[in-house]
Design a protein around this ligand. Structure first.
Ligand code: MV4
Length: 450
């Protein structure tokens, strides 16, 4: 096992990782920018190192500064959290070159899944169902027109180096193809320095369902069920839950087994998430994330498995001890991402929290790094924390969620708590009847105007 872990992140995930380290008896090193001197993860860590000025590119993304912090403190492993350097294959390699363990998958798997065309090809080869589309990158406009004709309109053009919704366009007719391709190419070139594009059948109103996996890099791998992340705005997830209201146990077992078998085949190491669009009873692979995700607590609550602890154990070369038939799913969990932003305009609202009272009681978990009197800096994302609620049934979970939202007090900054209070009363949400565009349509109806 590791002796000392450097946590290359900030906010609630830095604290989440720190908690797992403490339980394992591993010493912790916090790193922080000059804007995060008062952060909770810095206060609670055994040691801390300032790695640069506020902009992330000069601090949390500053690889030489992170290497120096490892060297100074003698950390033998780095946990990257999510975002920042968590899916940077080169960072994982550089750490290895300096004899520091990267707590994550092997660089080749990070790199494979970072190339969306290669990832999709690998998924198809491994027997994972994909969205019908081009076999690889598209060349000329003429080739694209032929492909789109075969696939059938509407189609979607995506950037091979994209992901998370950047560099995509919906194309509804052949006449729109040339301009959409040109725009997507330019966006991809400017955004990722790579203008390789691919085409897919456009699915109009799917759900976004993702499967959590765990592997030990030696051919053992299991799945931990799914999370439904369909409720999102501008590709930012807002509400995640598990199990998905759209799946039953046989459907879950079937897709879970397919994904777990694929992970065994590639000898995947660590935690990962395989993302699908779920449409008309069928799964279509879109991407794989090779990091711990923001919404991992949903899975922790319904499986009783500590994902960050498992991630650390697996990175330290331990065998996967959990067996698929030992994973039992109980009850239902919902996570709300509480942001410091105006609930209607979504404008960020950094500043000082002058009153903070998180909810508690049975089935209620709050993962947050803020505290009474803490000033949220303006330089990073606006996540204040996550409210995760568990219940024996989805109905009980929703009941508890309404109660917990009612109790939650965050004063001094604006938050999206009013959005969640509205969602938890909404018929479609209560019925589990929603898809990836539901929230934007709901907001478009002006349902939340004061
Ligand atoms: C799609 C799609 C419809 N059809 N692919 C957006 C993020 C990226 N990971 C994939 N995305 C989509 N791919 C096909 N063939 C619709 C989306 C999409 C979406 C997906 C998941 C969650 C939210 C979304 C919001 C808009 C579009």
């Amino acid at each position: 096992m590791f002796d000392k872990i450097l946590i290359a992140n900030r906010g609630e995930i830095a604290l989440r990782v720190l908690r797992a380290c403490k339980e394992l008896g591993i010493a912790t090193v916090a790193v922080h920018s000059t804007a995060d001197e008062d952060a909770m993860h810095v206060r609670l860590a055994d040691e801390s190192v300032c790695i640069g000025p506020p902009p992330a590119k000069d601090s949390y993304l500053n690889i030489p500064a992170l290497l120096a912090a490892c060297e100074i403190t003698g950390a033998d492993a780095v946990h990257p959290g999510y975002g920042f350097l968590s899916e940077n294959a080169r960072f994982a390699e550089i750490l290895a070159e300096h004899n520091v363990h990267f707590i994550g998958p092997r660089p080749e798997h990070i790199r494979l899944m970072g190339d969306k065309i290669a990832a999709k090809r690998a998924a198809a080869r491994l027997g994972i169902p994909t969205v019908p589309g081009s076999a690889g990158g598209i060349g000329s406009d003429e080739e694209a027109r032929r492909l789109a004709g075969d696939i059938g309109f509407p189609v979607m053009v995506k950037a091979a180096a994209g992901g998370g919704g950047r560099g995509m366009k919906v194309i509804r007719t052949a006449a729109d193809l040339p301009s959409a391709l040109a725009a997507a190419r330019a966006e991809a070139k400017a955004g990722f320095g790579d203008d390789t594009l691919y085409l897919e059948k456009y699915l109009e109103r799917p759900r976004h369902i993702e499967i959590q996996v765990l592997g030990d890099g030696k051919g053992r791998a299991i799945h931990l069920g799914e999370r439904d992340c369909s409720l999102q705005r501008r590709h930012q997830k807002v509400w995640e839950e598990g199990p998905s209201p759209a799946l039953n146990a046989p459907a879950r077992d079937a897709i879970g087994d397919t994904v777990a078998r694929a992970m065994r085949e590639i000898k995947y190491l660590g935690v990962g998430t395989v993302e699908f669009l779920y449409d008309d009873g069928a799964f279509h692979f879109i991407e794989m994330n090779t990091r711990i995700q923001v919404e991992h607590p949903v899975t922790e609550m319904i499986t009783d498995i500590d994902l960050v602890l498992e991630q650390i154990r697996l990175a330290a070369d331990n065998d996967l001890q959990l067996a698929q038939d030992g994973v039992k799913f109980h009850g239902h969990a919902i996570e709300c991402r509480i942001n410091a932003e105006n609930a209607v305009s979504f404008r960020p609202s950094p500043g000082k929290i002058i009153h903070y009272h998180p909810p508690g009681g049975l089935g209620v978990r709050v993962d947050s790094a803020v505290y009474h009197g803490y000033a949220i800096p303006p330089f990073y994302d606006s996540l204040v924390g996550k409210l995760i609620v568990h219940g024996k049934t989805r109905g009980e979970c929703l009941m508890r969620l309404r109660r917990a939202l009612d109790e939650f007090v965050i004063d001094g900054v604006e938050t999206n708590l009013p959005l969640f209070r509205a969602l938890a009363q909404e018929k479609d949400i209560i019925d589990g009847d929603y898809h990836i565009h539901w929230l934007e349509e709901f907001l478009g109806r002006g349902a939340l105007q004061p």
